[in-house]
Design a protein around this ligand. Structure first.
Ligand code: IPE
Ligand code: IPE
Ligand code: MG
Length: 249
């Protein structure tokens, strides 16, 4: 896509209904590296550049919520060396991007089981959140050490404990109350879920929240993702007819 055709597409996307929340399963870093005979961590490093491009494209479009799946609970089972490289890249990303994120008006948040993060990564994440807390243009949510079933089970456990203590009537537990116990409390549900690298699965990501998300799967590997691919995903979204279980008029 040339710069000018990209700008024409940008204008056309902005004249349509934009998703309020785009969630992305960033997949394919390992295959990107393997295709080039490189070690997997090189794919992850390249993937960080794709994160930057995607954040900039979301800002350009004016999408208020962007959620990125960076590391799942199941990913802890990968070889120690790969996990170590990913944790290192997280620290590097925060160091390199934090000033730009703040200046661009991005509010970054990390969600998942952060108890499992090494202390250096935990403090990187805390710094990132504290230093960008004033951002109002884009909510950037990064799922790290995240598993949706674990999130849901934890919510159920908290509500059960409140009920057992007599502080909550079980009859008051409905889907709205339940959602208040999830990491995503207060955020709109994703309207658009993107998965890169062609895999047709959700891999334990936001199972509750994606109930009515439109799904866009692209064969592009995450390190090759950027402005053009995000715009294409939004263009695809704008062609969909959302029904939420109702009938069309
Ligand atoms: C996505 O890329 C990044 C993480 C899950 C951390 P992968 O590392 O899963 O890459 P593939 O799927 O093996 O190509
Ligand atoms: C999903 O990718 C998790 C992230 C993108 C962080 P995986 O590569 O871990 O998922 P599977 O194993 O292909 O389902
Ligand atoms: Mg993968």
């Amino acid at each position: 896509m040339s710069e000018s055709s990209g700008d024409a597409l940008l204008a056309s996307l902005q004249s349509g209904e934009l998703p309020r929340h785009v969630a992305v399963i960033m997949d394919g870093n390992g295959r990107w590296a393997a295709d080039r005979g490189l070690p997997r961590w090189r794919g992850h490093r390249e993937g960080m550049r794709a994160v930057r491009r995607t954040v900039e494209a979301a800002l350009e479009l004016g999408i208020p919520y962007l959620t990125l799946y960076a590391f799942s609970l199941e990913n802890w089972s990968r070889p120690e060396q790969e996990v170590g490289a990913l944790m290192h890249l997280l620290n590097e990303f925060v160091e390199r991007e934090i000033d730009d994120l703040r200046q661009q008006g991005v509010r970054a948040r990390v969600f998942g089981d952060r108890e499992r993060l090494p202390p250096t990564s935990r403090s990187s994440v805390e710094t990132l959140e504290a230093d960008t807390a004033e951002g109002t243009r884009l909510n950037l949510n990064v799922a790290i050490s995240y598993g949706s079933r674990d999130e849901i089970a934890t919510a159920a456990r908290r509500l059960a404990a409140l009920a057992a203590e007599g502080r909550l009537d079980p009859a008051d537990i409905d889907s709205v109350r339940f959602a208040e116990e999830l990491y995503t409390a207060g955020w709109p549900d994703p309207d658009l879920l993107v998965r890169t690298s062609g895999e047709m699965r959700v891999s334990n990501f936001m199972l509750w929240q994606i109930a009515y998300a439109e799904i866009h799967v692209t064969p592009v590997l995450w390190p090759d993702f950027g402005r053009e691919e995000l715009f294409a995903a939004v263009a695809d979204f704008q062609k969909r007819e959302r029904r939420f279980g109702g009938v069309t008029s």
